[in-house]
Every structure is written in structure tokens, then in C-alpha cells.
Design a protein around this ligand. Sequence first.
Ligand SMILES: Nc1ncnc2c1ncn2[C@@H]1O[C@H](COP(=O)(O)OP(=O)(O)OP(=O)(O)O)[C@@H](O)[C@H]1O
Ligand SMILES: O=C(O)C1=C[C@@H](O)[C@@H](O)[C@H](O)C1
Ligand SMILES: [Mg+2]
Length: 173
Amino acid sequence: MKNIILIGMMGCGKSTIGRMLAERISYQYIDMDTYLENKYHSTIPELFSVSELYFRDKETECCKDMGHTDNKIISTGGGVILREENMLYLKNNGLVFFIDRPVEMIINELNTDHRPLLKDGVFKLYDLEKERRSLYEKYADFIIRNDQLLIDVRDKIISLYGKSEGANHESGR
Ligand SMILES: Nc1ncnc2c1ncn2[C@@H]1O[C@H](COP(=O)(O)OP(=O)(O)OP(=O)(O)O)[C@@H](O)[C@H]1O
Ligand SMILES: O=C(O)C1=C[C@@H](O)[C@@H](O)[C@H](O)C1
Ligand SMILES: [Mg+2]
């Protein structure tokens, strides 16, 4: 069965929802930011301190790794949509869900430590969202509005995933 890939802005709920999904359907959960930090034995701020390009190249390598897996719940870094190549790897064997949480809600919760792109303040999130929304939408198989109970978001994703994988199964894909 395909991976479930969660994309969206920093702090939109990918990790929280990812862990809830994994527990519910007994899939392994992978947080790509953590995977990347372990793979390269460096923190994200350390990689960014070389350059953003350096970090983005490492991120692409991790997407390539994910393209060879299945039956995983994968939460991605907020900027994964910046390279088409990343999304081709992830979509190779994954169904993509855009977790769409209003920026005002994100700002209430977000801790900006360890987030190089928010070093000038959390309000940079509005600019990032303006730049990135169309990309999240472009790559999403499904858009899930996250302004409701987390458990309802989880169940919606499971239902859409089940229907999609069931349809593929019946058509022999
Ligand atoms: N529907 C919701 N109801 C209540 N709290 C929520 C909801 N969605 C997200 N949150 C809260 O928002 C915060 C950020 O969520 P989370 O860490 O899962 O986001 P993320 O997308 O993984 O962020 P990042 O990977 O950029 O750190 C958490 O405290 C989470 O509990
Ligand atoms: O939105 C982004 O570009 C990022 C989000 C984080 O998850 C990390 O992947 C990193 O801090 C970059
Ligand atoms: Mg996360």
C-alpha cells in the first residue's frame, strides 16, 4: 500500500496528525526533518548555516529514500514542495495530503526556536504561505482543512486513503 505523505506549512499539524495516523492504522511513522538530521548527523540550523541550498540538497536525497518505501506515514519539511524533483520521488509511491491550517491558528502555537526561516519573527509565515500555497495545492491529491478536532482530521485522511487504495486495488493498479 502507498505511503501517506503529509505536506503543509511549518506548524500546520503534520507531526501530530502523522503520529495519530500511524497509531490508528499501525503504519510506521517517519518525520523527514528528524530522518534528515539522523542521516546527516547534523541539526537543521547547522545545515542551513552552510547554506539553504546545502540543506535543500540533503532534503532531496531524503525524498529519494522515501520513494523506495511503502506502508509509511511521512510528515515532510515545510519547504519540500520547493523542488518538483522532491515531489516526484514522494508521489512515486505515496498519496499526498495538504494539511491546510490557517496561519493565524499556527501562530498561536508555534515555537520559532530552531527554525532558520523564521529568525526574523513568526510573521514571516504570512509571506511564506503566500509564496507556497499554490505549490501545496498543485502537489496535493487531497486538501484537508485543519481547523477542526485533530481526531476528525485523522479520520478524514484514513477514509480518503482507504477509498483511494481500494479503488486502485479493484482496478488492478
Ligand atoms: N486541529 C488542531 N487542534 C489543536 N491543536 C492543533 C491542531 N493542529 C495542530 N495543532 C497544534 O499545532 C502545533 C504544531 O503541530 P505540529 O508540530 O504537528 O506541526 P508540524 O506541521 O509538524 O510542524 P513542524 O514540523 O514545522 O514543526 C502542535 O502543538 C499541535 O498540537
Ligand atoms: O518551511 C521550510 O522551508 C522548512 C520547514 C521545516 O520543517 C524544516 O524542514 C526547515 O526548517 C525548512
Ligand atoms: Mg513536524
